[in-house]
Design a protein around this ligand. Sequence first.
Ligand code: UTP
Length: 295
Amino acid sequence: MQKNKVRKAVIPVAGFGTRLFPATKVVKKELFPIIDRDGRAKPVILAIIEEAISAGITEVGIVVQPDDKEIFENLLKNPPKKELLNKLSPQNQEYSQYLEHLGSKITILLQEEQLGYGHAVFCAKDWVQDEPFLLMLGDHIYTSDIDKSCASQVLNVYEQVNQSVVSLTTTPAENLHISGCVTGVWQELNSILEVTQLYEKPTIEFAQQYLRVQGMVENEFLCIFGLYLLTPKIFDFLAEHINQNFRERGEFQLTSCLDRLRQEEGMTGYVVKGKCFDTGLPDAYRQTMIDFRNC
Ligand code: UTP
């Protein structure tokens, strides 16, 4: 196997989605519907899986709460009920077959306790094993500005630089409180960055002092776009934080481990030629529903 060939993607979907309560009392946010550019009503997770597959990923691990295993299996592993299948249009019957084929690439993994995003990623360790992998947020979907999908762009950069890659987008200061922020030194202006620091949800004052990037306008910063290409070394740092019960805001976070990974192995930031749509907040979800279909 080619050393830096990326085969696996991990999508953690085991959170509670508190910001979308009470809808998330009955529907996981990763199962909320969106209308995709092909005009189909899809659960968010399906658009994310398709993004991974578009980049040549052949195995997708989805980290779920034990109580949600059945619903994800029903969507991704089981055929629809016969009565439903018979009533579907020929196009949707065909799509249903394609879904079953997609299902064969998916493994459901469990996060027994909801101890944070970093902890959910750690739950994929045994499945990922000793390979680089694509990590995808469960509540972000993407459109590319070029003919390569956003996930393919990130994979291509990884194949070039051979170190972990964090995808980035330009973000106005007023959105820093919901974002992981990154600073560094441009290797290729406005495209490829040598990352020198990652910082979760900084204040505007902190960002202005420490996270400015050369050449960017005063109130714009580089923030995480939701796709990461990580080496398996990340699991060592996550394991250390979990074993030492090192929590931030009560949970095991990913960003501080990403920063340790950066220090140990180096990390490249890549400004994706595309857009990222958040579905994890009420108004962002509403805007995604409006914009995603036509972009
Ligand atoms: P988020 O913080 O966006 O999701 O985590 P959340 O915790 O479900 O949502 P809020 O903040 O309460 O509204 C990023 C991703 O990590 C998953 C989420 O499902 C989401 O896709 N996650 C989060 C887990 O799998 N397990 C966790 O313990 C926490």
